[in-house]
Design a protein around this ligand. Sequence first.
Ligand code: NAD
Length: 464
Amino acid sequence: RAFSAAAVAQAKITLDGPGKLNVPNNPTLVYVEGDGTGADIWASASRVIDASVEKAYGGERKIEWMEVLAGEKAFNETGEWLPQETIDAFREYLVGIKGPLTTPVGGGIRSLNVALRQILDLYTCLRPVVHFAGVPTPIKKPEDVDFVIFRENTEDIYAGIEFQSGSDEVKELLGWLQDKGVADKVRFPDTAAMGVKPVSREGTERLVKSAIQYALDNSRKSVTLVHKGNIMKFTEGGFKDWGYALAKSEYRNEIVTERESWILGNLDSNPDMSVEDNARAIEPGYNLMTSTQQEALRNEVAGVIEAIGATHGNAQWKNKVIVKDAIADIALQQILTRSKEFDVIATLNLNGDYLSDSAAALVGGIGIAPGANVNYTTGHFIAEATHGTAPKYAGLDKVNPGSVVLSGEMMLRYLGWNEAADLIIKGMNGAISTGQVTYDFHRLTEGATLLKCSEFGSAIIKHM
Ligand code: NAD
C-alpha cells in the first residue's frame, strides 16, 4: 500500500457533475480482499482483471489497486470490523470492489455490507444475470437469460423498523391502529410482531431513473417494474405509479409504456381505427364502464396518439425502450418460463432480493453471480461477491472466483473500459465452454476438467 500522494492525486477518479465520471488512465481503485475464501478468490480474480486491462490497452491504461481493510482481517489488525479509513477510501476514490466478509456475530454492526450501503447511500443493488454456454442450469433454454436487476437498496421492509411480539411498541401501535379504525385487521393482536415498510417517491424515482438510463446506455429494449401493487397499493403500487410517471416525465422521447404500445400497435395494424375502437381494443371491459370512465379512456387514447403517434407512420416508437410492469409472483415464474421477456428489471428491496438469488440459480448460482452497489448521482460504485466467505474452503485454492471476476467486469464497464470488460466475458466463455471449471460446476458437468481457483483464473486469461 505504498504510494506517493502526488501519483494518487493524479489517478483519482473524479465527478464531472451528477453521475459523470472522469476516469484517468491509471485510476486508483479500492479493494477489500475479503475473508475466508476471499484471499484465494482475490488472487485469482485480480490477475484476470489486470490481464484484461493490459491486453485491451497495451499498458496505456492500468489500475492502481489500493487495499483497504474490512471484516475479520480488519478486526485482527485494527480491532475494528469496518475502520473509518476504509469508509473514507470508498467515499474518496468512488469506485471499488469487495470480496466476501465475515459477519460479526453478536457485534454492534449487523452486516458490513449493509453498513457500507447505508453510509454511502448506495441506493441501487445491480445484479446482471446472463448465461455462459456450458454452465449447469436447471432450465431448458438458458441462452434466453440475459437481464439486469436494479434492486432498490435503501427502503422497503429492509429499513429495519420492526417491533417484537408483545413489546410496548406493538401495544402502542395497536392503540394507534384502533384510533384509525383498522385494529381489527390484525388477526392475532396479542402475539403479532409488526414491521414498517417505507417506500417513497424520491426513492422510487432515483432507482427507476437509473434503470431507464442504463437501458438507454446499453441498448436494452425494455424496463419492467416488478411490484406487488395489487396487494400493497400505496407502497408497491406507489412504486409502479411513480415509476411510470418518472418514465413519462423524464424520458418522454426515449420510452413508450407497454400500454401506449398497445394503442400505437392497434393504429399500426389499422391506420383508420377510430379512437373509440382503439379504446375498446385495449380495455375489453369498455362496454361495462360508466360513460365518464369511457370518456377518460378515449381521452387517454387520443392523448397517446397525439403525444407519441406523430411518428407512428414510420413506426419509430418501436425503437424506443418499452416500460412495463409485472406483479412480483408472476415475474418470479416468468423469469424461468419466459426469460426472454426480461431485459432490465427495476424493483423494490425485498422483491429484488428474492428475484436476484432465484435468477442467479438459472445461470450457475452464487459462485459466479456478480453484483454491485451503486449511487449513480454521487458516482459511488462498490462491486461485490454475492456469496459469503465459505469458510470451510478457505485457503484450499478451490472455490469459483467467477463472482468477483464478473464483478470486476461490471466495474470496468462502469468506468467505460468496455474493451477490457469484453475480454473478461470472452475469456470466461472460452474457459467454461471448453469445460475448464472449478469444483462447483465440475460436479454438475460431464466430461469437464476440474480446475483450482487460481487455475480457473489462468484459463480465463488464456481464452481472452
Ligand atoms: P457462503 O456463501 O459463504 O457459503 C455457502 C455455500 O455456497 C458454500 O458452502 C459453498 O458450497 C457455496 N459457495 C460460496 N461461495 C462459493 C464460490 N465462490 N464458489 C463455489 N461455491 C461457493 O454462505 P454461509 O456459509 O452462509 O456464510 C459464511 C459467512 O459469510 C458468514 O459469516 C456470513 O455472514 C458471510 N456472508 C457474507 C456475505 C458477503 O460478504 N456479501 C454474503 C453472505 C454471507
